[in-house]
Design a protein around this ligand. Structure first.
Ligand SMILES: *Cc1c(COP(=O)(O)O)cnc(C)c1O
Length: 430
């Protein structure tokens, strides 16, 4: 049948990939398999499952049918070989690094990162004997100069914090591959609808599915996605015999699925950051409307960015969708539908720290909280919250302006968002 050869479109896969109607009940939506464990047919079958000679469900810390539907769907949307879901975005990054690295290994990472990632890569890594070299990601030479014989991966965000820099994925993939190491990309702010890093040469993609993938601010979740293209045949942790799995060689045994098998069978088994099946169900609901929501998020973000750009009380706007952004050209290349809906701007004021506080307190519609990628619009003022203890000089060194405001633009009526921002800007007195 020609139908079976058809490569279905992105939107079709958002709704159908990874699931067929339940053969027993006929249920059309993906059922929530809220179970810890699965009955084995017999003892031989059980032994084969544990030896990884046959693939099947053992225990929900390692695999679960609802989670599997989410994993297959997101892998399909990223044009990947497969995926492993995790309890959070932090857990997805950590599982990736725990699978690839040994004590003494190093990575080179962009410094334009989510705050939690910076602390994980600095402090938790140090305890494990791992080292991260942070580089300003905007010049490829910085990356090249930081690579040493111990470097095992390059890491960056498609759309980086806090200034919305766009990662030059194709150039970094070439650099990584010249050194026989994988490029890992956190594509949380882009989602597979706005950018598919694997299409540009990235090897592994991680997401905080907490954000736009779930899309409604109700579940913490993450996912590790593998292109299946990186040559792990000489990469020590994936190719060498693994004492954590009776000397199994993951590359030799599972080929291009070796990395993900090790993430699941060793790292998830031993670190335990598994996704709840109920949360997987909510993420699947999110994926089913991803393109529609992202189009609307981006449309509202553009309107808000343009409005702020022309507002007399605004000093600067850092959105890669504005033609005067230094990242505009890279955004046109990597995120042609729009560089997401999270960005920062600065208030023009003699006391920007106080103006930021007044602005936040005057908003009616934007929710003041520490998250992004909700259907609702969100706001945070780093200088009075996450970076509160720092002096103005320290803020500057960290790339955080005292008057910097971060917005995550939601799906509300555009004019209502502009109205709310305008009235709050008008009520800043300093
Ligand atoms: C939120 C976030 C994370 C961490 O994800 P959690 O789901 O909160 O653990 C990592 N990277 C980026 C870009 C994020 O926005």
């Amino acid at each position: 049948m020609t139908q079976q050869k058809r490569k279905f479109g992105f939107e079709t896969r958002m709704l159908h990939a990874g699931h067929i109607p339940d053969p027993v009940t006929g249920a059309r939506a993906v059922p929530i398999y809220q179970t810890t464990s699965y009955v084995f047919e017999d003892t031989d079958k059980a032994a084969q499952l544990f030896e990884l000679k046959q693939y099947g469900n053992i225990y929900t810390r390692i695999n679960n049918p609802t989670n599997a539907a989410f994993e297959e769907r997101i892998a399909s949307l990223e044009n990947a070989t497969g995926a492993v879901a995790t309890a959070s975005g932090m857990a997805a990054q950590f599982a990736t690094m725990m699978t690839l690295l040994e004590p003494g290994d190093e990575i080179v990472s962009s410094s334009h990162l989510y705050g939690g990632t910076t602390t994980q890569f600095t402090h938790t890594f140090r305890k494990l004997g791992l080292k991260t070299h942070f580089v300003d990601p905007t010049h490829i030479d910085n990356w090249a100069a930081a690579i040493t014989p111990k470097t095992r991966a390059l890491y960056g965000e498609t759309i980086g914090n806090p200034r919305g820099s766009i990662l030059d994925i194709a150039a970094l993939a070439d650099l990584a591959h010249a050194h026989k190491i994988p490029l890992i990309v956190d594509s949380t702010f882009a989602t597979p609808y706005l950018c598919r890093p694997i299409d540009w040469g990235a090897d592994i993609v991680v997401h905080s599915a907490t954000k736009f993938i779930g899309g409604h601010g109700n579940s913490i979740a993450g996912v590790v996605i593998d292109s299946g293209r990186f040559d792990f045949s000489t990469f020590p942790t994936i190719a060498d015999p693994d004492p954590a799995y009776h000397e199994l060689r993951f590359y030799e045994t599972f080929g291009h699925y070796g990395f993900l098998m090790k993430v699941r069978a060793v790292t998830l088994r031993d670190t335990g950051a598994a996704l709840s099946p109920f949360n997987a169900f909510l993420l699947i609901q999110g994926l089913e409307t991803l393109s529609v929501r992202m189009d609307r998020h981006v449309q509202n973000a553009h309107a808000v960015a343009r409005f702020l750009h022309d507002h007399p009380k605004v000093a600067w706007v850092a959105y890669a969708g504005l033609p005067d952004s230094p990242y505009y050209d890279l955004a046109q290349k990597y995120t042609p539908k729009g560089p997401g809906a999270v960005f920062t701007f600065g208030i023009k004021a003699s006391n920007p720290r106080l103006a930021g506080k007044e602005f936040i307190e005057s908003l009616h519609l934007f929710s003041h909280l520490a998250n992004v990628g909700d259907a609702r619009s969100l706001v945070i003022h780093p200088a009075s919250t996450t970076h509160q203890q720092l002096s103005d000089a320290e803020l500057q060194a960290g790339g955080v302006d005292a008057g910097m405001i971060r917005l995550s633009i939601g799906l509300e009526t555009t004019e209502d968002l502009l109205w709310d921002l305008d009235q709050a800007l008008q009520s800043t007195s300093v």
